[in-house]
Design a protein around this ligand. Structure first.
Ligand SMILES: [Cu+2]
Length: 74
């Protein structure tokens, strides 16, 4: 499992957090996604053998949000 924190522009409330978290949680390979509209980021715990960060970013964009440059890996 790998954790990535992706900066996301465009979330303005808890509803946005929920929409993004739910979409990512439904994505194959994602274990847990936690969006934070105040911090403008989403933290995703995922299985790197099944999904990659590019796909996560595409999923974020598909929700109507804007994934910014990658920063933290753990
Ligand atoms: Cu909202």
């Amino acid at each position: 499992m790998e954790t990535v924190e992706i900066s996301v522009q465009g979330m303005s409330c808890g509803g946005c957090e929920e929409r993004l978290s739910n979409a990512l949680n439904k994505t194959d390979g994602v274990s847990t996604a936690l969006a934070d509209h105040v911090g403008a980021k989403v933290r995703v715990l995922f299985d790197a053998d099944r999904v990659n960060e590019t796909q996560l970013r595409a999923q974020i964009a598909a929700c109507g949000f804007d994934p910014v440059s990658s920063d933290k890996h753990e």
